[in-house]
Each structure stands twice: as C-alpha cells, then as structure tokens.
Design a protein around this ligand. Structure first.
Ligand code: PRP
Ligand code: URA
Length: 208
C-alpha cells in the first residue's frame, strides 16, 4: 500500500486558498473540484494500457490506449460530493456510487446511512473520495462497506489527511493506496485536523 502526498505547486497554491478561513463557499467549491481533478491525474497513473495501430495523417503507427478497465468514483456523502465533478472531468466514463456517512460529533464514531453502488462494483477500479481523512473511521467503514459488496481494487483520494487517519486506514486496509493533497500535523481534541481547513461539508454547502 502506498501513501502519495501531492506536492505539485498548483495543488499547494490551491490548498493555501482553500485552507484560508476567508475563502467563501463558491471559491471553496470550485477549488475542491480543481484539486480533485489534479488528484485524479495521480490516482489514474497506473491504469492499464494496450497497443493499438492507428493511421496519422503521415504514417501508420502503434500507440497506447486505455485497455478499458472500468472505474467507479464513490464519494462519501456529504463532503465527498464536492470532489465528483473534478474527478469526472478526467474520467468522464466513470460510474458514480454513493456512501452516506456522518461522524457523531461527540464520539467521533462514523454512522452509515446510505449505500448505492454500480452493480458491477466488483469489476471496477474504485476511487473513494472525501476531502478529509481525520480519525479514519469514516474511510475505514466506507471501504468495509465496499469490500462487503465485492469491491476488490480500491484507492482512497482525499484533500487533507491526518497522520492518525493514514495509520488507521493502513492498519485496517493495507491493500488500499491513499492519494492526498496534504498531510497535516495532527487532530485536535474535537477530532478536527490541525491546521486543516475546518468542516469541509459546512464550507462546501454553506451550512454554517
Ligand atoms: C467529515 C469528512 C469525512 C469525515 C472524516 O464528514 O467529510 O467523511 O468527517 O472524519 P473521520 O476520518 O474522523 O471519520 P462529516 O462526518 O462531518 O459529515 P458531512 O460530510 O456530512 O459534513
Ligand atoms: N471532518 C472535517 O470536515 N474536518 C475535519 O477537520 C475533520 C473531520
């Protein structure tokens, strides 16, 4: 299992604006999608290719094309929804599954309330998307849910990861690669990522 922290300058610059408490809902939403698109580039790096012969205007040549392994993007509702359009802009043929999960504010325990996945989830490369990997409870439960329904090839794509969340996912799901835009310092006593960006769902949807 690999953990990839994207250090591309464009991502770091966009993350700087995203983290700023003065960034409003519209800009926040646009940035989440833009960073998700850049993360999709890294997430798809090991997609299988096959040779195909084509005719350019000048000559016949053998080039590479995607070999057609299908993808499912699975946002953890709510905040994961903010990353779907960005991911889809690079992988337009992907199917979308949904897992609804909320974290109890006191116990920090995740609670699943909705699951709807493509029927052939077992045959797809599954990219679970959620801006925040904090304790890791939500991601671990979402991946449990996917595996119990047959998913075999899973990657977890997040914007901000806490070391605690990375460790938990690595322990519970050593087969799952993690791709993150940033790895932060720690969790605070309320389970928020420090320095983080606050409550991703509330900032995306303007609910606070
Ligand atoms: C946030 C976030 C993750 C979860 C991360 O969702 O989007 O799903 O917390 O925390 P964890 O790693 O400690 O489980 P939240 O539960 O706030 O729900 P929301 O997206 O509906 O706001
Ligand atoms: N969920 C969030 O939205 N933000 C955090 O910092 C932790 C969990």
């Amino acid at each position: 299992m690999t953990v990839t922290i994207m250090d591309h300058p464009l991502i770091q610059h966009k993350m700087r604006i995203l983290r700023d408490k003065n960034t409003g809902t519209k800009d926040f939403r646009d940035l989440v999608n833009e960073i998700a698109m850049l993360l999709a580039y890294e997430t798809t790096r090991d997609m299988q290719l096959q040779d195909v012969e084509i005719q350019t205007p000048v000559a016949t040549t053998t080039v590479k094309e995607l070999s057609g392994k299908k993808v499912a993007i699975v946002p953890i509702i709510r905040a994961g929804l903010g990353m779907v359009d960005g991911m889809m802009s690079l992988i337009p043929a992907a199917k979308i599954g949904h897992i609804g999960m909320y974290r109890d504010e006191k116990t920090l325990e995740p609670h699943e309330y909705f699951v709807k996945l493509p029927e052939d989830i077992d045959k797809r490369d599954v990219f679970v998307v959620d801006p925040m990997l904090a304790t890791g409870g939500s991601a671990v439960d979402a991946i449990n849910s996917l595996k119990s329904r047959g998913a075999k090839s899973i990657k977890l794509v997040v914007l901000v990861a806490a070391p605690e969340g990375v460790k938990t996912v690595q322990e519970k799901h050593p087969d799952v690669d993690i791709i993150a835009a940033a790895l932060d310092e720690k969790l605070n006593e309320n389970g928020y990522i420090v320095p983080g960006l606050g409550d991703a769902g509330d900032r995306l949807f303007g609910t606070k």
